[in-house]
Design a protein around this ligand. Structure first.
Ligand SMILES: Cc1cc2nc3c(=O)[nH]c(=O)nc-3n(C[C@H](O)[C@H](O)[C@H](O)COP(=O)(O)OP(=O)(O)OC[C@H]3O[C@@H](n4cnc5c(N)ncnc54)[C@H](O)[C@@H]3O)c2cc1C
Length: 378
């Protein structure tokens, strides 16, 4: 067993840390207030090679590994989750299925721009009728001569308001079976796809869309991998991304803990620094222990991805634990701050709002528990 990060991993961490402090921290508050994302950030990420971290060089990626991908997520999330979630929806949800299952033509058409940051992607799976029950999705793709006609609706789709292309999940047969669900690649904007930006309480600088699709006609070449029944690709993609977003949660939990420590060292109440009150010190000690456990769970999950050994129940455990740690840590950080915790001049309120996104997105905590319990054959 070896629990140390390699030199390359430390270099990635240092690069992202410096970048996020210089380029994201100064604008995070403004974008959270305005609920806008600065699209030019993608070019900067692309120039640094941060959009292809997890993908091999031969496919146009940066040739690192899932551990590096999680390091990038952790450090971006430490500074601002909106930016990290935007990065995540693009680099994983929008790219991974094309990389994994796309035809050579689809890879050649979409991956270079996606890695360079000149084309931004989104992933449209969740629907207004329900996000947890993917198998029941109602967006329908009907075969027509030379292609497909698609109608339906998607909601809460990250990056969709400014995306250049979107992976769209649709039912290619009426039955409620996995074989009936397929992915399509849709170039945006498209007159048959109406996208309305949603106002949010968490990750406010990440742009999220409600989408109506009305008679969208796509050529056969838009069907991912040229084949129907790509539901297993969706499931594999979600499993890997559960480890990924757990790293996002880890970054938020660390940021909340560090803010709490800074405040506990600084704030004097009745002649004593907050940290000298045992009740406060214990809260921070619990956060610290939680974070340590989440850290090793996240990087064990990443290591399993790199070994091609990640299972769905394991991914669910990693995601469940780390996302709940971020919620707990940020709530405690607010309490430790007292009234200041509710003020926007302090980061802990934003971190808590943002942390709630990941006990919902990528499958709620209840869905993760269902996945874990199913494997226990109760
Ligand atoms: C900010 C944000 C960004 C997102 N980005 C994307 C994106 O880019 N692409 C995308 O496709 N989706 C995205 N989502 C959607 C997200 O994946 C869904 O919100 C999530 O899967 C939950 O679905 P739902 O909101 O429909 O809740 P529901 O499925 O309606 O769940 C409501 C409640 O019921 C519980 N519940 C549901 N089913 C069960 C069950 N079987 N057992 C026990 N409890 C259950 C849930 O845990 C939850 O508490 C995003 C969501 C958010 C909030």
């Amino acid at each position: 067993m070896d629990f140390t990060f390699g030199e390359e991993h430390e270099r990635v961490r240092e690069t992202v840390r410096r970048f996020a402090a210089a380029e994201i921290a100064p604008i995070a508050r403004e974008h959270d207030d305005n609920e806008t994302f600065p699209r030019e950030m993608f070019r900067k990420w692309g120039d640094l090679g941060l959009l292809g971290v997890r993908y091999p060089v031969e496919d146009g990626g940066s040739g690192m590994d899932k551990i590096s991908d999680c390091i990038v997520r952790e450090e971006l999330s430490y500074v601002c989750q909106s930016f990290a979630s935007t990065w995540s929806a693009h680099t994983h949800l929008g790219i991974w299925p094309i990389w994994k299952a796309g035809t050579p033509e689809q890879k050649a058409r979409y991956l270079p721009g996606a890695f360079a940051g000149t084309r931004v992607s989104a992933f449209g799976l969740s629907e207004p009728g329900g996000g947890s029950n993917i198998r029941a999705l109602a967006t329908r793709a009907e075969k027509i001569d030379g292609g497909w006609r698609i109608s339906g609706a998607k909601t809460y789709i990250t990056n969709s308001p400014f995306a250049d292309f979107m992976l769209l999940a649709a039912r290619t047969a009426p039955e409620l079976t996995p074989q009936a669900i397929s992915l399509f690649i849709v170039d945006l904007p498209n007159p048959a796809v109406a996208i309305h930006t949603l106002a949010k309480e968490g990750i406010r600088a990440s742009e999220t869309g409600l989408i109506h699709i009305d008679g969208l006609e796509l050529a056969d070449e838009a069907l991912l991998g040229g084949q129907t029944g790509t539901y297993p690709i969706i499931l594999d993609s979600l499993s890997e991304n559960r480890v990924g977003v757990a790293a996002n949660a880890l970054g938020m939990a660390r940021a909340a803990r560090d803010a709490a420590i800074a405040y506990a060292r600084d704030r004097v109440v009745a002649g004593k620094r907050l940290g000298q009150y045992q009740v406060i010190a214990h809260k921070i000690a619990d956060m610290d222990a939680d974070i340590e456990a989440a850290r090793w769970l996240v990087y064990h999950g990443a290591w399993l991805v790199d070994q091609d050994r990640l299972t769905a129940p394991m991914a669910a455990k990693v995601k469940l634990f780390a996302s709940e740690v971020a919620v707990r840590a940020s709530e405690q950080a607010i309490r430790i701050h007292g009234g200041a915790g509710i003020m926007r001049d302090f980061p802990v309120g934003r971190i808590h709002r943002d942390s709630l996104v990941y006990v919902i997105g990528e499958g709620t905590s209840e869905v993760q528990r269902n996945l874990i319990a199913r494997a226990l054959d109760l």
